[in-house]
Unconditional design. Structure first.
Length: 128
């Protein structure tokens, strides 16, 4: 498997782990267990790193089009929104309702826009 394929598989696997750990956290409630919270946090950070590396390397192989940059930026920003809202929900007890709502929406937007960007890369032949 090439590096880019490995990254696509790793990003997908990370999303599965993040969502499962997120549902776990929502189910057990406060105080959040150290293991599910750390798993949730570190896989979300790993996802950002893997996604940025994938985009940077794809651009190095052949310059991304404006549309591809926009799709990548939307995916990156929504991932960041999921992380920031998750951070606020964790840090404040009780979590502000608006941030909790944000953290129930942003993850789906992030997952969808990341998947859409990867499909776009695949259509453009960037995934080999
Ligand atoms: C890629 C980034 C992230 C994604 C996709 C994501 C996804 C999710 C999902 C799907 C849930 C379940 C929501 C529900 O249905 O109630 C959840 C819950 C949660 N997440 Fe995240 N999350 C991300 C990042 C983070 C980070 C960085 C933190 C903490 C620093 C965090 C803290 C939490 C907490 C505390 C809950 C439980 C909220 C509750 O009380 O219902 N998340 N997350």
């Amino acid at each position: 498997m090439s590096t880019i394929h490995t990254r696509v598989v790793a990003i997908s696997a990370c999303y599965v782990v993040i969502f499962l750990a997120g549902f776990w956290l929502a189910h057990v409630g406060r105080p959040f267990g150290g293991f599910p919270l750390n798993l949730h946090k570190f896989t979300s950070l790993a996802t950002v790193v893997l996604f940025v590396l994938l985009v940077v390397h794809a651009n190095r192989a052949a310059h991304l089009s404006g549309f591809e940059w926009i799709a990548s930026a939307i995916a990156g920003l929504t991932l960041l929104a999921a992380i920031v809202s998750g951070g606020v929900v964790t840090a404040q007890d009780p979590a502000p309702a608006a941030w909790l709502t944000a953290h129930r929406i942003a993850p789906y937007v992030a997952a969808f826009s990341t998947a859409a960007t990867l499909v776009l890369f695949w259509i453009r032949g960037r995934l080999g």
